[in-house]
Design a protein around this ligand. Structure first.
Ligand code: HEC
Ligand code: HEC
Length: 362
């Protein structure tokens, strides 16, 4: 995603008063979101499939079951549910701006440049939608509206896994922040941020040290860090969650996983011991809609998150206590909220009904 790492034109940095903040090089690295292309016809088809439960094995779960537009495109739960008879061990992220991420999933399991593979993962993974792609293909080909839409775009009604992953990914690309006060501020609108939020931005870049990891257009360095968020006790107390975690570890060939009772994060992917307990630096955009926070939903509110950093974060982190005053904490929260725009909503389509296909005529 080299496009989002591009330095912002000096003219605008000056307008935002950032060029003056020479104490922190990261400070010059804030930028509004880049423009991204979308193929409107494919995205429209993807919108239908995103809400269609026939994409899951038991035809009861759609993407929107866990990425609900009314819940910031997450599910509002600390730990996500999973496919029936499993439970997830992580928090479902909101999908707004997902297209600009360096990596997908909390441990960076997948490359952010490959949304199609991410969608395939969600549809086919046993604890997410548990769908066989050939079954999916046959189901969708029995829906005349889909065959028609497919034919209009691809020249034939030959619905297959690859095109399904592609169009759902194209829909996810349409989910981007709208009308964000912080972006207007960067664009030179002096009135976009309240006085509180402006002070919060100074703390964020300065005393609170947040910008060393949360920078760039996504307010994320695209890297992995150990902040020591406490384990969510449900992951080991509830067998179905622990089974999903163990299955994730075994899939990635992690050594000694049956004796691992913590979420090791990045380590499961790299098997490099220095990555134990590291998680992807999340974007801080749209936090207004995506509580609870962190990879395991351990913090219910932004106040809880700020208090956590104020204590010097958790076990194994290298962060120092910040000793923020109550007023400074409020300012920091006001700044974090200025990174959220208007709610991103779409019309939820009615799923078109099956109609038995005449074999030999398709
Ligand atoms: C049963 C709940 C569930 C369903 C259904 C589901 N997801 Fe997810 N999704 C999750 C969870 C949980 C994660 C985070 C997993 C992790 O970090 O290991 C996730 C991660 C993602 C991510 C990566 C986001 C990021 O910030 O890293 C994308 C993109 C995504 N899902 C899209 C989809 C799409 C598209 C569908 C439908 C095809 C879908 N999901 C269906 C629970 C679900
Ligand atoms: C050392 C790098 C680092 C620093 C410094 C840092 N963060 Fe984070 N931040 C992270 C990582 C990594 C996570 C994800 C942790 C997890 O999922 O367990 C995170 C998570 C968050 C979240 C939760 C986002 C979500 O969607 O769940 C918020 C809010 C946040 N940080 C705000 C801040 C603020 C405010 C500061 C400054 C006081 C700060 N961070 C300093 C690395 C950092």
């Amino acid at each position: 995603m080299s496009s989002i790492r591009l330095k912002y034109p000096a003219r605008l940095l000056l307008a935002a008063g950032l060029a003056a903040a020479s104490s922190l090089t990261a400070a010059a690295d804030f930028a509004p979101l880049p423009e991204g292309k979308v193929d409107a016809a494919r995205a429209e088809l993807g919108r239908h499939l995103f809400f269609d439960a026939r994409l899951s094995g038991d035809a009861a779960l759609s993407c929107a079951s866990c990425h609900d537009p009314a819940k910031g495109w997450g599910d509002g739960l600390a730990l996500s549910k999973g496919y029936p008879a499993s439970e997830h061990f992580r928090n479902a992220p909101g999908l707004v701006n997902a297209r600009f991420k360096a990596y997908f999933n909390r441990d960076g399991q997948l490359d952010g440049a490959d949304l199609g593979t991410m969608v395939r993962n969600e549809i086919t993974e046993a604890h997410i939608m548990n769908m066989d792609s050939r079954l999916m293909q046959e189901r969708l080909m029995q829906v005349p509206e889909y065959v028609q839409m497919w034919t209009a775009i691809f020249g034939n009604g030959d619905i297959n896994g690859m095109t399904v992953y592609g169009v759902v990914g194209e829909f996810v690309k349409t989910l981007v922040s709208r009308n964000v006060p912080f972006d207007r501020h960067l664009g030179g609108d002096g009135k976009a941020l309240s006085a509180e939020a402006k002070r919060g931005f100074d703390l964020f870049k300065g005393k609170a040290g947040c910008a060393s990891c949360h920078n760039g257009a996504m307010l994320s360095d695209g890297g992995f860090h150990r902040t020591g968020v406490p384990e969510n006790p449900k992951v080991t107390a509830e067998p179905l969650r622990h089974i999903t975690m163990a299955r994730h570890y075994s899939t990635h060939g992690m050594p000694n996983y049956m004796n691992t009772f913590t979420d090791v994060g990045r380590y499961a992917i790299t098997k490099d011991r220095k990555d134990i307990g590291k998680f992807a630096t999340p974007s801080l955009r749209e936090l207004k809609y995506t509580a609870p926070y962190m990879h395991n939903g351990m913090f219910a509110t932004l106040e809880d998150v700020i208090d956590f950093y104020d204590r010097g974060a958790g076990k194994g982190s290298e962060l120092k206590p910040l000793k923020l005053s109550a007023a400074e904490k409020k300012d920091l929260k006001a700044f974090l909220l200025s990174l959220s725009g208007d709610p991103v909503t779409v019309d939820k389509p009615e799923a078109p009904a099956y109609k038995l296909r005449t074999f030999g005529k398709n």
